[in-house]
Write a protein that binds this ligand. Structure first.
Ligand SMILES: NC(=O)c1ccc[n+]([C@@H]2O[C@H](COP(=O)([O-])OP(=O)(O)OC[C@H]3O[C@@H](n4cnc5c(N)ncnc54)[C@H](O)[C@@H]3O)[C@@H](O)[C@H]2O)c1
Length: 441
C-alpha cells in the first residue's frame, strides 16, 4: 500500500523507550533529534503500569491503545504492527521478541537483547522458524569516536590486533543507581556483566570483527547490597533504620540529600524526565535502596577474554569510582591506539557536550604519534543516539551499512554470552567456553 505509515508497537514504556523510540516516532524528539511521524506511527503500548501509560498519553495528548503485560499476542492481533520494540526491563525482551517474530512482525530490542544464553536460543529459534529478524539497539557503536576507530582498524592502521586493554568505570552516582532499580537482580537484568557490560563487549567484538571463545573472571559485590562497604552501621555494627541509613550514607549525602528527603522511599535517577509514576514497578511502600538484601549482582569485574582470531582482552569494570568513563588500549602488529574518555565529570544525569569531544591517540610501533580529535556532535551517547534512531526506525544510512553498525541477534548473543560467562566464571571459579554456553551444554 502506497504511503502507508510503518506501524510500531512498544513493549515497556520505559524512560529509555520514551526518549529513544516513542518521542521520535510521535514527532516529539528532543534536543533536535530526528522525527519519524510522517512515516511511522505507534499503534499500541504494552506495560505493567496502566497509570504510567495514561500519564504519558495525557501529557502528550496522544491516543494509543494500552495493553497489559501478558497481552503481547493480542496487541499484535488487534493493532497489526510491522515492528515490535522490546524496551521494558531486560527480562521481558525475550517473550516480546519471540511473540513478535512468531506473529508476523519484525523486532527491535534495546540492549541487552535478552538476559542469558538460554533466551538467546529461544530468540534465534524464532528467527529461524519465522524468517524474520531482530535488531539490537547497540548505540555505543554509533559514537563518532567509536566509528572513527572502527575505520582505522578496517583500514589496517593497527595491523592484526593482538590484545585489548579495556577499563570501564562508573562513578558512584551512576553506578549506585543500578542498585535501587530493577537492574539489581539477576532475574531482571542478567546481572550487570550483561546489562551494562554488554555495551563494552559488543563494542570490542565489533571493533575486532572477531568471535569471543573463552572467558575467565573474578568479581564480587563490594560497595552495595546488605554487606556493602559503604553501608552505615551503628556502634554494634548493625544496619541503621532506612532514613538514618540514608542520612549517613555517603552516596545519598553527595548526590541526593539536596533533592530527596531521607524519609522518602523514592529516589529518582534523573532520567525519567517526564516524571511519570512507576508505582507498579516500584510500590511506594516497599523499601528500595542500595543496601537491600535482594541485590544479587556484582559491582566489580576483572575478566580476560580470548577471541577466535587469536586476540585477547583484559577487561575491568567497577560501579563506584570517582570519575566515569573508560581507558582503552588496543595493540596491533603495526601500532597501538589509546583513548581515555571521561564521560561525565560532574554527574547530573544529563549529557555534557564538552565530554562528547573524542580523542584517539595512534602510536605507530616504531615511532611517531598522531592525535585524532573528534568534534562533539549533539545528542545522547556522543550523538550516536540520533543516528541509531534513523537506522532502526527508518533505514540504515550508507555509512551504517559500510561499518556494519546495525546489530542483529548474533551480535546480541555474543555480548550476552561474554557477560554470562563472566558471572558464571566468577561463581564456578573456572574458565567458561562461549560456544558451549551458547549451545546450552
Ligand atoms: N542503550 C542504552 O544506552 C540504554 C540506556 C538505558 C536503558 N536501556 C535499556 O532500555 C530498557 C528500559 O530500561 P529503563 O531503565 O529505561 O527502564 P524503566 O525502569 O525506566 O522502565 C521500565 C518500564 O517497563 C515497565 N515494566 C516493568 N515490568 C514490565 C513487564 N513485566 N512487562 C511490561 N512492562 C514492564 C515499567 O512499568 C516501566 O514502564 C532496558 O532494556 C535497558 O537495558 C538502554
Amino acid at each position: 500500500m502506497k504511503n502507508r505509515k510503518k506501524r510500531f508497537a512498544i513493549c515497556g514504556l520505559s524512560s529509555r523507550g520514551i526518549h529513544h523510540f516513542v518521542l521520535p516516532l510521535m514527532g516529539k524528539n528532543w534536543e533536535g533529534g530526528p522525527n519519524f511521524n510522517d512515516r511511522a506511527e505507534i499503534v499500541g503500548i504494552l506495560d505493567i503500569d496502566q497509570a504510567r501509560v495514561k500519564g504519558f498519553l495525557d501529557q502528550t495528548g496522544a491516543n494509543i491503545p494500552f495493553y497489559p503485560a501478558d497481552a503481547g499476542k493480542r496487541m499484535i492481533e488487534e493493532t497489526k504492527p510491522d515492528v515490535v520494540i522490546a524496551v521494558g526491563p531486560d527480562y521481558t525482551h525475550c517473550d516480546h521478541i519471540v511473540t513478535a517474530l512468531e506473529n508476523g512482525c519484525e523486532a527491535i530490542s534495546e540492549k541487552p537483547m535478552v538476559i542469558n544464553c538460554e533466551q538467546v536460543r529461544r530468540v534465534q529459534a524464532a528467527e529461524r522458524a519465522s524468517g524474520r529478524a531482530v535488531k539490537v539497539a547497540f548505540n555505543y557503536r554509533y559514537t563518532p569516536t567509536h566509528k572513527r576507530l572502527k575505520r582505522m582498524i578496517l583500514a589496517g592502521q593497527l595491523g592484526r590486533i593482538i590484545n585489548v586493554e579495556f577499563t570501564y568505570n562508573l562513578d558512584a552516582w551512576h553506578g549506585s543507581s543500578y542498585y535501587y532499580r530493577w537492574n539489581r537482580q539477576r532475574a531482571n537484568s542478567g546481572g550487570l556483566s550483561i546489562h551494562k557490560c554488554c555495551h563494552h563487549f559488543d563494542l570490542i567484538n565489533w571493533w575486532l570483527g572477531d568471535v569471543p571463545e573463552e572467558v575467565f573472571a573474578f568479581g564480587a559485590l563490594n560497595y552495595y547490597g546488605a554487606k556493602g562497604a559503604l553501608r552505615p552501621r551503628d556502634a554494634k555494627g548493625q544496619p541503621l533504620g532506612p532514613a538514618d541509613e540514608k542520612r549517613q550514607c555517603p552516596i545519598f549525602q553527595k548526590y541526593y540529600a539536596e533533592k530527596v528527603s531521607p524519609e522518602s522511599n523514592t529516589i529518582g535517577t534523573g532520567w525519567d524526565y517526564a516524571n511519570l509514576t512507576s508505582n507498579v514497578q516500584y510500590p511506594p511502600d516497599k523499601r528500595r535502596y542500595i543496601y537491600d538484601e535482594q541485590i544479587d549482582v556484582e559491582d566489580t569485574y576483572s575478566a580476560v577474554v580470548r577471541y577466535r582470531g587469536g586476540a585477547s582482552m583484559s577487561y575491568s569494570c567497577n560501579f563506584a569510582t570517582p570519575w566515569e568513563g573508560y581507558v582503552l588500549g588496543i595493540n596491533g602488529t603495526k601500532g597501538r591506539v589509546e583513548i581515555t574518555h571521561h564521560s561525565n565529570p560532574n554527574p547530573t544525569g544529563k549529557s555534557d557536550p564538552a565530554a562528547a569531544t573524542g580523542l584517539i591517540t595512534f602510536l605507530p610501533l616504531f615511532g611517531g604519534r598522531e592525535e585524532i580529535e573528534i568534534p562533539p556532535v549533539p545528542g545522547g551517547h556522543g550523538g550516536g543516539d540520533f543516528v541509531i534512531q534513523k537506522d532502526l526506525l527508518d533505514a540504515p544510512s550508507p555509512e551504517s551499512q559500510e561499518l556494519n553498525l546495525v546489530a542483529g541477534s548474533e551480535d546480541g548473543a555474543r555480548a550476552i554470552a561474554i557477560g554470562e560467562a563472566v558471572w558464571r566464571s566468577i561463581r564456578e571459579k573456572r574458565s567458561i567456553r562461549i560456544p558451549e554456553l551458547l549451545a546450552g551444554k
